[in-house]
Write a new protein. Structure first.
Length: 177
C-alpha cells in the first residue's frame, strides 16, 4: 500500500511541476514579447534558463523543508497528507488558470500542505510535526512580504523614468531606436 501511495505522490508531484511550468512560462514570456522588449527567441531562452535555475533552487528548498522545517508522519499517513496537499494545489492551479487569474503555485502548495495537516488532525490522524518559528520566519513571512517588496522596488525603478520623461511627447517615448 505504501508503494501505491508513493507512486501517486510522485505522479502528482510531476503533474504539479508540469502545471507550474505550464502556467508560468506563458506569463513570463508573453509580456516581454508583446511589448517588443524581447524577441520571441530571446524571451524563450531567458525563460528556460531562469526556469532551470529556479528548479535547482526549488529542489534545494524542498530538501531544506524536508530536513529542517517539518516532518510528515511515516508510512501511508504522511503520504496521504502529501497527496492531499499536491492534489489541492493542482486543482487550485487548474481552476485559476481556467478562470484566467494569476496566482502563486508556491502559495497554493504551502496552503495545501497546511490544510492537509489540519484535516489529518481533525479526523484523528497524525499531525505534521516540526512546524516552528523558523518555518514561519523563513517561509511564511517572505511569502507575505515579497509582494510588498516587489511593488516598492518596481515603483522605485519606474518613478524616475516617468519623472525624466514627464515633458516628452508620447510619440517620442514610444519610438523604437
Amino acid at each position: 500500500m505504501v508503494l501505491f501511495f508513493l507512486a501517486l505522490v510522485l505522479l502528482c508531484a510531476g503533474a504539479f511541476a508540469f502545471l507550474n511550468g505550464f502556467r508560468d512560462a506563458s506569463s513570463s514570456v508573453a509580456l516581454a514579447v508583446r511589448t517588443r522588449a524581447l524577441t520571441p527567441t530571446v524571451a524563450v531562452i531567458l525563460a528556460s534558463l531562469f526556469n532551470f535555475i529556479g528548479a535547482g533552487l526549488s529542489a534545494a528548498l524542498a530538501l531544506a523543508v524536508s530536513q529542517a522545517w517539518l516532518s510528515l508522519p511515516p508510512g501511508t499517513n504522511g503520504l496521504t497528507i502529501l497527496l492531499a496537499a499536491l492534489l489541492s494545489a493542482i486543482l487550485w492551479g487548474v481552476y485559476l488558470w481556467w478562470r484566467g487569474i494569476p496566482s502563486s503555485s508556491t502559495h497554493a502548495l504551502v496552503g495545501g500542505l497546511a490544510g492537509a495537516g489540519v484535516a489529518s488532525v481533525a479526523v484523528g490522524g497524525n499531525p505534521v510535526m516540526g512546524v516552528d518559528a523558523s518555518l514561519l520566519s523563513q517561509v511564511v513571512l517572505p511569502l507575505l512580504i515579497s509582494p510588498v517588496i516587489a511593488y516598492a522596488g518596481s515603483f522605485l525603478l519606474v518613478w524616475p523614468a516617468g519623472w525624466a520623461a514627464r515633458y516628452t511627447p508620447p510619440n517620442v517615448v514610444n519610438t523604437r531606436s
